[in-house]
Write a protein that binds this ligand. Structure first.
Ligand code: GLN
Length: 538
C-alpha cells in the first residue's frame, strides 16, 4: 500500500464497551485479508505507564518484549494478531507531558509559550504517526482510551480532529457506543448514541463508522434512525451483540461487514473474503471441548479477574490445543490456611500460583505449593509463584523453617529469594524492575526442555527478586533443580522437581506470549499434565 492508513477508535456513553476487542477484531479481519496491521492504545491518565498501578485499578499490567509496562489491551492485540507490540503501542498522557516538559526545560521551544494546542496535540500526533512512519504497517488502528466528553480525553480528540485534515482520505474514525435495552418499555434506545455523537461533533470530529454495542439485535428501523441522526451512511452502522467469547467478535464483525465498510471508506479494493480458517478451527475447539478440567488459580487480586487476564486467556488457548475446557477455580490466597487447604484445593487437577507483590496472602500461596508438591498435583508457579515454590521447598524439604524472600522478610536467616544485585541501589518505582525479554538456556532432558523442545528461549520478565544462587547446590541435591538459566548472569529462570509428575516454576511470565495461533507450550503442557492426572484418578 502506498501510504499507511490510520483508523481511530473512540468510545461513548459508557466505558468498558470493548473498544480494545473491536479494534483487535477489525485488525484481525484486515490481517486475514493480507494487510499488516498494528494497534496502538492512547491512555488519558497521568501515570507515565500502568506499571505503578495497583491491579485493582485497571487489571493486569502487560509487558512487551522491549520491556514496556502497558495496558492490558495490548495483550488482546497480541493474542488476536500474533504479532508482538512495543512501547510505541501504548502512550499515556503522563508520557506525553513528561516529554513536552523535558523539551521545554532543554529550551527546545525557543521562548514560546508551551500550550496544550499545539504542543501537547503535536506530540500526540507524532506518537500516532511513529508507527506509520516505520513503513512496516498498512494500517495503524489507534484506540483512544476513556469516553468522549471526559476532560482528560479532549487533547486526544483534538489531535484526531487535526489528523483528519492532515491525513485526508488516509484515515477514518470509528465510534463505539451503547444502545441500551429498556426492559420496562421493551425497547432499544438510540438517544445515548445520538448524544454521544453530538459530543464528538462538538469537538469537530464526525465519526465515519458507528459500532453499536447492544444486548438485543437492532431491529431494521434502528440502523437507519442512528444513521440519520448521526450523519453516518446506513451501511456504516454496525451492531455488536454481546458475545459468549471475545474470540467470536472477529467473526461477528465479519458478518456485519465492518472490514468491508472500512475498505470502502478508505477507497481500498475488496479482493474477497478474509481467510479465517485457523481462527474458526480454534473457535470450534473452544465451543465443543471433549472434556473439562478444574485448575486452581491462587492469587490475591482475584476480586478483579482482569488482574490475571493473560493467564486466563493462556488457559483458553492451551485448553483449545488439548480439546479441553479449563474451568479456572479462582482461589483467594488469603483464604487458604493450614486447616482448610485440603478442602479448598480438593478436586483440582492443577494448581497455578500467580504473580504478585508484597506480603499479603503469601502464606496461603506457600501452603498451596506444599499441597501440590506433596500430592503430585501438576503445578505451575509464575514469578512470585515460582518464588513461593522455592520458599516452600526450603522450609519443608531443606528444613529451613524461616526461609523467605527478602521482599517479605529482611530478617530471615535463609533468604532463598533475594533482591537482584543491580536492584539494590534503585529507589524509583516506575519502570525500574527487570523488564522485558531476556534469553534463557535450558538443561537438556529437563521438563522445561521437553516442553520447549529447544535449548534457547526468550521470555518476558517483570521482577526485582531472584533465586539466591548460594543455595542452588543444596536445592539440587534435595531434588529441586534449576533447569533454565540466564546465560549472562546465571540467574535461575526455571525450577522443577523431576520426581514430581509436573512441577515447574518460572521467574518469567509465559502468559504474555500465549496467542490464539501460538498457545504457550508451558500452558499447553500444564493443561495436558492436568488432564493425564485427572484421567488416572477417575
Ligand atoms: N514480587 C516479586 C519480585 O519482584 C515477583 C514479581 C511478579 O510476580 N511479577 O521479584
Amino acid at each position: 500500500m502506498s501510504s499507511a492508513k490510520y483508523i481511530f477508535v473512540t468510545g461513548g456513553v459508557t466505558s468498558s464497551l470493548g473498544k480494545g476487542i473491536i479494534s483487535a477484531s477489525l485488525a484481525k479481519l484486515l490481517q486475514a485479508r493480507g494487510y499488516s496491521v498494528t494497534i496502538q492504545k492512547l491512555d488519558p491518565y497521568i501515570n507515565i505507564d500502568p506499571g505503578t498501578l495497583n491491579p485493582y485499578e485497571h487489571g493486569e499490567c502487560f509487558v512487551t518484549d522491549d520491556g514496556a509496562e502497558t495496558d492490558l489491551d495490548l495483550g488482546h492485540y497480541e493474542r488476536f494478531l500474533n504479532v508482538p507490540t512495543s512501547q510505541a503501542n501504548n502512550v499515556t498522557t503522563g508520557r506525553i507531558y513528561q516529554y513536552v516538559i523535558n523539551k521545554e526545560r532543554e529550551g527546545a521551544y525557543l521562548g514560546k509559550t508551551v500550550q496544550v494546542i499545539p504542543h501537547i496535540t503535536d506530540e500526540i500526533k507524532r506518537r500516532i504517526k511513529l508507527l506509520g512512519n516505520t513503513g512496516q504497517f498498512d494500517f495503524i488502528i489507534t484506540e483512544i482510551g476513556g469516553t468522549v466528553g471526559d476532560i482528560e480525553s479532549l487533547p486526544y480528540i483534538e489531535a484526531v480532529r487535526q489528523l483528519k485534515w492532515e491525513l485526508e482520505k488516509d484515515c477514518l474514525v470509528i465510534h463505539l457506543t451503547l444502545v441500551p435495552f429498556l426492559a420496562a418499555s421493551g425497547e432499544l434506545k438510540t438517544k445515548p448514541t445520538q448524544h454521544s455523537v453530538k459530543l464528538l461533533l462538538e469537538s469537530g470530529v464526525q465519526p465515519d463508522i458507528l459500532v453499536a454495542r447492544t444486548e438485543k439485535s437492532l431491529s431494521p428501523d434502528i440502523k437507519p434512525k442512528i444513521a440519520l441522526f448521526c450523519n453516518i451512511s446506513k451501511d456504516a452502522v454496525i451492531q455488536s451483540l454481546d458475545a459468549s467469547s471475545i474470540y467470536e467478535v472477529p467473526l461477528m464483525m465479519k458478518k456485519e461487514e465492518l472490514d468491508k465498510v472500512v475498505l470502502k471508506k478508505l477507497n481500498l479494493p475488496d479482493h474477497g473474503e478474509p481467510d479465517l480458517t485457523q481462527w474458526e478451527n480454534f473457535l470450534t475447539r473452544i465451543k465443543e471441548p471433549k472434556k473439562t478440567i478444574k485448575i486452581g488459580l491462587i492469587g490475591k487480586y482475584i476480586e478483579l479477574k482482569d488482574s490475571y487476564k493473560s493467564i486466563a486467556e493462556g488457559f483458553i488457548h492451551a485448553g483449545a490445543e488439548n480439546e479441553c475446557r479449563v474451568d479456572i477455580k479462582w482461589i483467594h490466597s488469603e483464604s487458604i490456611e493450614e486447616a482448610n487447604v485440603k478442602t479448598k484445593l480438593a478436586e483440582l487437577s492443577g494448581i497455578l500460583v500467580a504473580p504478585g507483590f508484597g506480603e499479603r496472602g503469601i502464606e496461603g500461596k506457600i501452603l498451596a505449593v506444599k499441597f501440590a508438591r506433596e500430592n503430585n498435583i501438576p503445578f505451575l508457579g509464575i514469578c512470585l509463584g515460582m518464588q513461593c515454590a522455592v520458599i516452600e521447598f526450603a522450609r519443608n524439604v531443606l528444613g529451613y523453617t524461616d526461609a523467605h524472600s527478602t521482599e517479605m522478610s529482611t530478617q530471615t536467616s535463609h533468604p532463598v529469594i533475594n533482591i537482584m544485585e543491580n536492584q539494590k541501589t534503585i529507589t524509583e518505582k516506575g519502570g525500574t524492575m527487570r523488564l522485558g525479554a531476556y534469553p534463557c538456556i535450558l538443561t537438556e532432558n529437563s521438563l522445561a526442555y521437553n516442553i520447549y523442545k529447544r535449548t534457547e528461549i526468550s521470555e518476558r520478565h517483570r521482577h526485582r527478586y531472584e533465586f539466591n544462587n548460594q543455595y542452588l547446590p543444596e536445592f539440587e541435591q534435595a531434588g529441586m533443580i534449576a533447569s533454565g538459566l540466564n546465560p549472562k548472569l546465571s540467574l535461575v529462570e526455571i525450577i522443577e522437581i523431576p520426581s514430581h509428575p509436573f512441577f515447574i516454576g518460572v521467574q518469567f511470565h509465559p502468559e504474555y506470549k500465549s496467542t490464539v495461533l501460538s498457545p504457550h507450550p508451558i500452558f499447553v503442557n500444564f493443561v495436558n499434565a492436568a488432564i493425564r492426572v485427572k484421567d488416572l484418578v477417575s
